[in-house]
Design a protein around this ligand. Structure first.
Ligand SMILES: NC(=O)c1ccc[n+]([C@@H]2O[C@H](COP(=O)([O-])OP(=O)(O)OC[C@H]3O[C@@H](n4cnc5c(N)ncnc54)[C@H](O)[C@@H]3O)[C@@H](O)[C@H]2O)c1
Length: 340
């Protein structure tokens, strides 16, 4: 079988989490890397034995990839996704799909019309702790979730924003701690609950940063159609990147989850625990609070191309968290409860 030709657009921080898995999967060939900053594209191309480009349109034209990974600033995700789909190329986009809902919906429809795969990275669903909790919930042993909470305290000081030409701006990042960081914890809880959100009431503010426009703190309550109440709190004024914390209060037990560990304490006294197995791949520049499970989601994405099945986290699946994120911002801006 011919190798699947892959190209990666954006050679910044997250690039290595995509390029390393692509380079070790024998059925894939990394045919191009692209960054508007030429030296980044050239360094990446040299390291991974690929061709360097500074314009993704030219790259798609010249190397004709079967799939592209979109690892650029948020505002460009839907633009590049649309371009690639219109040129017959499958897309695996970094989170978020878009900084608004309309473009995300449009690209899900476009991918369906073109019969192309569209996946969106939410690698934390592949952490051992997340899988363990999801399986326990699906087995019914915990009963129904009654309420949930998540806490995220990360460290993104002013220097994090001053070093970036897009982070911290409404126009390019589309928000702050919610769209960029807490999106993972909110996605996990929403996936665990497995019902549709009915309403969102949230607030956000910039409480500790001097140089950026977007929020560094947010809290809110999401009420689900099945009655679950989920409260979240996130801020990135903390002194270090602590693992996120999720708690679930269920009919027949309680769950406590961080990135690396999950504890389940059943009401009948049984307790179980799982710890993340260490990853054997080395990702230069990878950070442990991201989790190292990109490789599992990338594996699933290419399996979906090979087997012509839906990727586990398809555009349609990712729309669920996109709707929540957009509703959090709408509620925070208007001070109103948003009915979903
Ligand atoms: N899944 C995760 O846990 C995780 C972690 C970190 C970042 N991310 C996501 O990865 C994406 C990139 O974040 P980052 O931290 O790597 O940012 P970054 O700023 O380090 O990298 C983005 C790169 O895109 C390049 N770029 C900008 N416009 C371009 C264009 N038109 N064509 C080609 N390249 C272009 C920039 O020059 C830069 O090198 C974001 O969506 C971010 O949310 C995800």
């Amino acid at each position: 079988m011919d190798k699947i030709k892959v190209a990666i657009i954006g050679c910044g921080n997250i690039f290595t989490m995509h390029a390393t898995p692509v380079s070790v999967m024998k059925e894939l060939s990394l045919v191009g890397v692209c960054d508007i900053k030429r030296e980044r594209a050239e360094r990446a191309a040299e390291k991974f034995g690929s061709a360097a480009f500074t314009d993704y349109r030219e790259m798609i034209e010249k190397v004709r990839p079967d799939a592209v990974h979109v690892c650029t600033p948020h505002n460009l995700h839907p633009v590049i996704t649309e371009y690639a789909l219109n040129h017959g190329v499958h897309v695996l986009s970094e989170k978020p799909m878009s900084i608004n809902l309309e473009d995300a919906i449009a690209n899900v429809k476009l991918a369906e019309n073109k019969k192309l795969k569209y996946g969106v990275i939410f690698q934390c669903r592949y952490n051992d702790a997340s899988v363990f909790v999801k399986r326990a919930l699906d087995s019914g042993r915990l009963g129904r979730i009654i309420s949930a909470r998540s806490v995220l305290t990360w460290c993104k000081p002013d220097s994090y924003y001053s070093l970036s030409d897009w982070k911290g701006t409404w126009a390019k990042e589309g928000g702050g701690v919610i769209i960029d960081q807490a999106i993972h914890s909110i996605d996990l809880v929403n996936w665990f609950i497995g019902s549709s959100p009915a309403k969102v009431y949230a607030s956000f503010a910039n409480r500790g940063h001097k140089i950026m426009e977007v929020e560094d703190s947010a809290e809110g309550l999401i009420t689900y159609e099945n009655g679950v109440k989920y409260g979240f709190w996130a801020m990135n004024n903390y002194g270090c990147d602590e693992p996120i914390e999720i708690r679930l209060f269920c009919e027949k037990g309680k769950v406590e989850l961080t990135y690396n560990d999950a504890y389940i304490r059943y009401s009948d006294g049984e307790e179980c625990h799982v710890r993340q197995t260490e990853d054997t791949l080395v990702y230069e520049g990878g950070k442990d609070y991201w989790g190292f499970q990109h490789i599992k989601q990338i594996r699933n994405f290419y399996d979906s191309i090979i087997n012509d099945s839906e990727p586990e986290i398809s555009g349609a699946e990712a729309l669920k968290i996109q709707k929540i994120i957009c509703s959090i911002y709408e509620s925070g801006r208007t001070g109103k409860t948003i009915l979903m």
